[in-house]
Structure formats: C-alpha cells, structure tokens
Write a protein that binds this ligand. Structure first.
Ligand SMILES: NC(=O)c1ccc[n+]([C@@H]2O[C@H](COP(=O)([O-])OP(=O)(O)OC[C@H]3O[C@@H](n4cnc5c(N)ncnc54)[C@H](O)[C@@H]3O)[C@@H](O)[C@H]2O)c1
Ligand SMILES: N[C@H](CO)Cc1c[nH]c[nH+]1
Ligand SMILES: [Zn+2]
Length: 422
C-alpha cells in the first residue's frame, strides 16, 4: 500500500477521494436500463439478465419448491451459523423499538407518534461477485421487526443460503434479478415484480446509481450503500497482521473498494505493508483485493488530533480503532458508519453476526446518513387530541398566528369551535 507521509491538509480531499468511476458514466449506462424496465417490464428483465448476468430467466420468481429445497442443501454447521447471526441481529435491532410517548404540550393538548411498518418494501441482495446472504439478515430482520407486510427480495444469485435466510426473515417474494434492472423493477413494478414503497440494500456502482437516479424521481431509498470500505487507525499497541487482515477483508469485496490505514507510527505502517503482501498472495480473491489495495493508502500523521480530523473528513463506512485509548477516540469521531473498538473486534464480525447492521453509507455519505436500522423500515405518524379545555387554552395562539399569515379559514376553524364553547 502506498505510504503518504505527513500530507498537508490542503491535500486531504484529493488523497481521500474514493476510486469510483465517474458517476456521470455510470448514470449514462444505468438510465437506459431504468427506462427499458419501465417500458418493457418482464421482457426487459429477461433481456438484461441474459446480457449482464448470462442467466436465461424463464421463471423470474423463484418457485416455492426451489426455496424449500434450499434448506436441505446446506450443511447443519452453516444453518446453525445463520441462525446464530439471525438471533444476534434480532436482539440488537429489538432494542431500537421506541415506546409510544404521549406528551401534554399544554393542559388538554396531547401529542404522540405511532410507528408503523412500511407496507411494501424491496430488498436488494448483492450476488454479482459473492452471494451476500448475510445481507438478507441485515435487511430482513428489521423489516420483519417493523411488521412490513410485503417483503420483496431481488438478487442475481440462486445461492441456497440466500433462500434459507429469506425464509427465516419472512420474505414474501423472491426474484432472480440483479443490478440496476432489479432496482427499477421494484420501483416501477412489472408483470411479475410488485412495485414497492421503499427500496433497500447495498450493491455495486450500477445498483447504487439506479437507487440514486430513482430517488430523484421520488422513489424512497435507504441510502447510498456502494463499494465497501474500511479505515483503520492504529498505534503501536495494534497487531500488524490483524490490521492487514482487516484491510484485506474489505479489499476483497471488489476492485472498486478502498481501504485506508492511519497511524502516527512510521514503523508500524511498514510492518503492516509487509504482512499485507504475504496475506494478499494467499487469498483466492487476490486479483480483486490487489486492485482495491492499489487504490488505497497508508497515511502517516503528526499526532492523534490530526488523525481524528482526517478520519472525520474521510467519513468511513467502517472505522476500526486499534489503539490503546479506543473508547476515548470513539467519542471524538463524528463521521463514520460503524466503529469497531480494540484489537479483538474484527470488522468481519459486524459484517456477519455481532448484531449491528452491515448496510452502511459509503463514499463519505456517513457525514449525513446512518446505516440501516429498524427506523429505516418504519414511518412515524404523529397523532394529537385536544380537549375543549385544551382548545380554550391553545386557540388564541393559533388565531393570532393564522391572522398574521392572512389565512382566515385557518383562524375560523378555531374561532367557530371557541364560540361554541362559550
Ligand atoms: N455499503 C454496504 O453496506 C455494502 C454491503 C454489502 C456489499 N456492498 C458492496 O456491494 C457490492 C456488490 O457488488 P457485486 O458486483 O458483487 O454485486 P451486485 O449484485 O451489486 O451487482 C451485480 C449486478 O450488476 C450488474 N452489472 C454488472 N456489470 C454491469 C454493467 N457493465 N452494466 C450494467 N450493469 C452491470 C449485473 O446485472 C449484476 O447482476 C460490492 O461493491 C460490495 O462492496 C456494500
Ligand atoms: N462489508 C460489507 C458491508 O460493506 C458486508 C459484507 C457482507 N458479507 C461480507 N461483508
Ligand atoms: Zn465485508
């Protein structure tokens, strides 16, 4: 990994830019796909599956028999691991339920919020270069807890673990479609695929661009969750081989992934680089990881304060703090998707099974977005009730404001009632 020593702050934006292809080029490729699906429906899905995924899609929906057969084809060990991950993710997301809190803002004026699961949701499960069945749990568990009635899943993969996990979380329909065309199908609806109210899920740049383009048309999406990335901040207490393994864990996702290592210790950076090369050569997906590592940097900074500023500017999807004062540094991080503390908290645990969600904002979007949670799958409907006594107390305030805005019908809606109470 290229080591950059003591860059000036003015150099940070260029240094921290992700190796994404130009969004304009990706959008140029994706826009016609969206249009084709909107116009031609299932016929477009069949043509695009053949073109991009080399799949002959006679059946767009997965049959119940295929789904049922999935369980039998998995080992007991893998099924137990999936069930353990499911239980942990469920336990963590259950804590995100918010009890209804009724507030009396004035005597007789009561307001509260109801959380209601979004009725129809669409989950995208990446399957181009790896069948990410862990993502089924990450999206399906909060959808299930939120009480979403229709849970549609699209994926280009037919891996049985995807189908097994889909059954666990109560997915209602599964379609073997991937890429931008899957996102378009869930946004517009086709003869086979139902139109949903909100689309969730990570994916490559085509998937992410499709979500962003559709968001401009008013389609609800979770967030931009593109190519995976990790930043590691390490000091002399960190173990170089552990840090190298963490960097490679995200580099192996794809050539467009990026990893970042930050330290105040020059020798440490060199040791990580050494073990990284050896570990890289041993990986089956080494060509993908090598390309991602070529796009990555190890940055030597002056001190802890500079490291914190740099990490906040980068706004990593995942941030590992392999430093002796990890909890203290954690409190100073204001931009990150998910943070991992200490030497024994590999990011992989969050990817699969610790309980937190792995669908997280990438490409600096952690500055403004959070990862997926139970909240992502619910709407909050506000409710209020005003008693006659409450209206007597509140009415004059509303009358004065409506009068000042020249909205006389608003004022009358209050005044008529107040007169009836005299
Ligand atoms: N941010 C997160 O939370 C998060 C979580 C998991 C995975 N990820 C990321 O998801 C991504 C998964 O990517 P993937 O490619 O393996 O699977 P994917 O399912 O996202 O994309 C595969 C699809 O891309 C489409 N495609 C491929 N080449 C195309 C082209 N030239 N033009 C148009 N469409 C094309 C195909 O239809 C294919 O089905 C990785 O980048 C990974 O890092 C991110
Ligand atoms: N690291 C990915 C999120 O960016 C999630 C994942 C799934 N499987 C392995 N990793
Ligand atoms: Zn991962």
């Amino acid at each position: 990994m290229q080591i950059i020593a003591y860059p000036n702050r003015s150099e940070w934006p260029a240094l921290l830019a992700r190796p994404t292809q130009s969004m304009a080029n990706i959008e140029k490729a994706v826009a016609p796909i969206l249009e084709q699906v909107q116009k031609e429906g299932d016929a477009a899905l069949r043509a695009l599956a053949l073109k991009f995924d080399k799949i002959d899609l006679t059946e767009i929906a997965m049959s119940l028999a295929t789904v049922a057969a999935a369980e039998a084809s998995l080992t007991e060990e893998l099924k137990a691991a999936i069930r353990q991950a499911y239980a942990n993710i469920r336990k963590f997301h259950e804590t995100q339920y918010q009890p209804v809190q009724k507030v009396e803002t004035m005597s007789g004026v009561t307001c509260w919020r109801r959380s209601v699961g979004i009725e129809k949701v669409g989950l995208y499960i990446p399957g181009g270069s790896a069948p990410l069945f862990s993502t089924v749990l990450m999206l399906g568990v909060p959808a299930q807890l939120a009480g979403c009635k229709e849970i549609v899943l699209c994926t280009p993969s037919d891996h049985p673990a995807i189908l097994y996990a889909a059954q666990l979380v109560g997915v209602t329909k599964i379609f073997r479609i991937g890429g931008a065309q899957a996102i378009a199908a869930m946004a517009y609806g086709t003869e086979s695929v139902p139109k949903v109210y909100k689309i969730f899920g990570p994916g490559n740049q085509y998937v992410t661009a499709a979500k962003m383009l559709l968001a401009k048309e008013g389609v609800a999406i979770d967030m931009p969750a593109g190519p995976s990335e990790v930043a590691v901040y390490a000091d002399g207490s960190a173990v170089p081989s552990f840090v190298a393994a963490d960097l490679l864990s995200q580099a192996e996702h794809g050539a467009d992934s990026q990893v970042l290592l930050v330290s105040t210790d020059k020798k440490f950076l060199a040791s990580v680089n050494l073990t990284l090369s050896t570990q890289l050569e041993a990986l089956p997906r080494k060509e993908l990881a090598r390309k991602a590592i070529e796009n990555s940097k190890a940055i030597l900074v002056e001190d802890e304060a500079e490291a914190i500023d740099l990490l906040n500017e980068y706004a990593a999807e995942h941030l590992i703090l392999s430093v002796s004062n990890a909890e203290e540094i954690c409190e100073k991080i204001i931009n990150a998707g998910s943070i991992f503390l200490g030497n024994y908290t590999p990011e992989s645990c969050g990817d699969y099974a610790s309980g937190t969600n792995h669908t997280l904002p990438t490409n600096g979007h952690a500055r403004a977005y959070s990862g997926v949670s139970l909240d992502s799958f619910v709407k909050k409907i506000t409710v209020q009730h005003i008693s006659p006594e409450g209206l007597k107390a509140l009415g004059p305030t509303v009358e004065a404001m409506a009068e000042a805005e020249s909205l006389h019908a608003h004022k009358r809606a209050v005044s008529l009632r107040l007169s009836s109470l005299k």
